[in-house]
Ligand binder design. Structure first.
Ligand code: GLU
Length: 472
C-alpha cells in the first residue's frame, strides 16, 4: 500500500515553527517510502479563522521545499482538500453513524450544559456530558431534528479499556469510562476536529497519521470511529511537544516564532528545516547537518523521541551560520543588503565597497539581519564598553597607537597590503606583538574586540575615518 501522510493545519493563526516541524516529519515519512504528501486545510473552526493564514502556510511550505502531491492548489483525486468544502460528507457519515447505533442526536441546550459544567467544576472533576439524550428513542429523535437544534454525539463504551500502539509512545491504554460522548457534528452543521480528522484521513487514504502528541490520549475515540465504520486504522506517530525558550508549549495564539519571521530576518529555509528536524529526532550517528534530500534517506521515525523538545535560538543560530558560510556572495548579499539599506545610508558607498563589507562578515553572521549590528562601526560613532576602555589603559597602548597612526598617515596607496605593512611596521617599531599589537588598534578604530580581519576592516573604514579615530 502506498504510504500517504498529510499536513493538516488549521488556519486559526500563523503557523509557528512547531507546526512546521510536524509538516517536515510528515513530508519525510511520505517521501522516505516513495509516498504522497497531502495538504488538508482544517478550517472548521470558523470563529477562529485568521485571514491570510492559508497563504502563509503555502509560502512557508514552498520556501522550505515541502512540495505537496495533493492539496487545494495541487488538486488530486481525493478532494476537496479544504474541510469547509466537505460539509455534506461529514453530515452523511454522522447520520450514518446514528443509524448504526454508534452515535445519537442530542438536544441539550447551552443552559443545561453550562449547569453540568458548573456542577463538575464545583466537584473539581472533569466535565463529561452525562448522556441524557442517548435514551431518546431514535424514531422520536428523528422527528425532533427537523424542528429542533441538535448536535450528533459519539456513543462511547462505558466499560473496558481502549488500547492502541503508537510508533513513538508505544502502547497507549485509556479507560473507556473517561471517554466523553463527544460532539461529532455541531448544531451549525460543521464537524468537530474529532470527527472530521477520521472521516478525511480514511477517505483520503492516509496510512500514517503524524501529529502533535496533544492528540495521543484522544486517539482511542478516533479508533472507535474507525471500528464503527469498519475502516482500517492508520499507523499513529505522535510527535513530542515543542516548547519555547520559556519552557511553555509553542502556540499560535501566543504568536510564537513563525518561519516567516525567521526568513525575514535572514535565516535560510534549508537551515531552518535542518534545525527543526532535530527537535525531537536524532540521527543514528549523531550527525546534525542534513539537506532535505539527505533527510529523506536517513530519517527514521523510530528515532523520534518522547520528551519535549526545546526551541533553542542558539542552536538555530549555529546551524544557520554553518549554512551561511557555504553561500555564494550573491546569495549572501540577498539576505543582508536589504537590512543594511533599511538601517544605514549607503548612497556614497560603491557596490564594490558593499560587496567587500558583506564578504568579510560571512564567517561572523548567524543570520542576515545581524549585519546591521555587526557593521555599525562603519556608519555610526563608536561607543566603547568597559572592557574595551580597561584594555586601552594598559602601558604600551598609547605608544602602539601613536606609531600606528604615523604609519597609517604615510600610506599613499590605500589597500589591504599597505595596511598590513603599516601593522607590521608598528609591530617592529613599537616592539609589541600579538594581542598587545592588534587589540589596541582594533578597539580604537572599530570599537570592538573581535571582528573580521583587521586590515580588511581598516581598509573599508577608509583612511580619513581611521586617522580621525586614532586621534580621538
Ligand atoms: N488541525 C489540527 C491541528 O492543527 C491537525 C492535527 C492533525 O494533524 O491531525 O492541530
Amino acid at each position: 500500500m502506498k504510504v500517504r501522510t498529510r499536513f493538516a493545519p488549521s488556519p486559526t493563526g500563523y503557523m509557528h515553527v512547531g507546526n512546521l516541524r510536524s509538516a517536515i516529519f510528515e513530508y519525510l515519512i511520505a517521501k522516505k517510502n516513495n509516498g504522497d504528501f497531502i495538504l488538508r486545510i482544517e478550517d472548521t473552526d470558523q470563529e477562529r479563522y485568521v485571514e491570510g493564514a492559508v497563504d502563509f502556510i503555502y509560502k512557508t511550505c514552498s520556501l522550505c521545499g515541502l512540495e505537496f502531491d495533493e492539496g487545494p492548489n495541487n488538486g488530486g483525486e481525493f478532494g476537496p482538500y479544504i474541510q469547509s468544502e466537505r460539509l455534506d460528507l461529514y453530515k452523511k457519515y454522522a447520520h450514518e453513524l446514528v443509524d448504526k447505533g454508534h452515535a445519537y442526536y442530542c438536544f441539550c441546550d447551552e443552559e443545561r450544559l453550562n449547569a453540568l459544567r458548573k456542577e463538575a467544576d464545583d466537584k473539581k472533576i472533569p466535565f463529561l456530558y452525562d448522556g441524557k439524550c442517548k435514551s431518546i428513542p431514535l424514531e422520536e429523535a428523528k422527528k425532533r431534528i427537523s424542528s429542533e437544534k441538535y448536535v450528533i454525539r459519539q456513543k462511547m463504551p462505558k466499560e473496558g479499556v481502549s488500547v492502541y500502539e503508537d510508533l513513538v509512545y508505544g502502547t497507549i491504554k485509556v479507560e473507556n469510562s473517561v471517554l466523553e460522548d463527544q460532539i461529532l457534528l455541531k448544531s451549525d452543521g460543521y464537524p468537530t476536529y474529532n470527527f472530521a480528522n477520521v472521516i478525511d484521513d480514511h477517505l483520503m487514504g492516509i496510512t500514517h497519521v503524524v501529529r502533535g502528541n496533544e492528540y495521543l490520549m484522544a486517539t482511542p475515540k478516533y479508533n472507535l470511529l474507525y471500528e464503527a465504520f469498519g475502516w482500517q486504522k492508520p499507523t499513529y506517530i505522535h510527535l513530542p511537544m515543542v516548547n519555547g525558550e520559556d519552557g511553555k508549549k509553542l502556540s499560535k495564539r501566543r504568536g510564537d516564532t513563525s518561519f516567516m519571521e525567521l526568513y525575514e530576518m535572514g535565516y535560510l529555509p534549508e537551515a531552518i528545516v535542518n534545525y527543526l528536524v532535530l527537535l525531537g529526532w536524532t540521527s543514528e550517528d549523531s550527525r546534525e547537518i542534513f539537506t532535505l534530500d539527505e533527510l529523506i534517506d536517513v530519517f527514521d521515525p523510530k528515532r523520534i523521541g518522547r520528551s519535549p523538545a526545546c526551541y533553542d535560538v542558539k542552536k538555530l543560530n549555529w546551524i544557520n551560520s554553518f549554512y551561511i558560510k557555504k553561500l555564494d556572495l550573491e546569495k549572501l548579499l540577498e539576505i543582508t543588503v536589504p537590512h543594511l539599506e533599511k538601517q544605514y545610508d549607503l548612497k556614497d558607498k560603491s557596490d564594490e565597497w558593499v560587496r567587500k563589507l558583506i564578504s568579510i562578515y560571512k564567517d561572523h553572521l548567524s543570520y542576515g539581519k545581524q549585519i546591521v549590528e555587526l557593521t555599525k562601526m562603519f556608519f555610526e560613532d563608536l561607543s566603547l564598553d568597559d572592557e574595551c576602555v580597561e584594555f586601552l589603559k594598559q602601558d604600551t597602548v598609547s605608544d602602539t597607537l601613536s606609531v600606528f597612526k604615523d604609519e597609517i598617515s604615510k600610506i599613499e596607496d590605500w589597500n589591504v597590503l599597505s595596511i598590513n605593512e603599516a601593522i607590521n611596521n608598528t609591530k617592529n617599531k613599537a616592539n609589541v606583538k600579538g594581542k598587545m599589537l592588534y587589540m589596541p588598534i582594533r578597539i580604537k578604530v572599530s570599537g570592538v574586540m573581535h571582528g573580521p580581519e583587521l586590515a580588511d576592516t581598516i581598509y573599508l573604514l577608509g583612511k580619513e575615518k581611521v586617522l580621525k579615530r586614532l586621534e580621538g
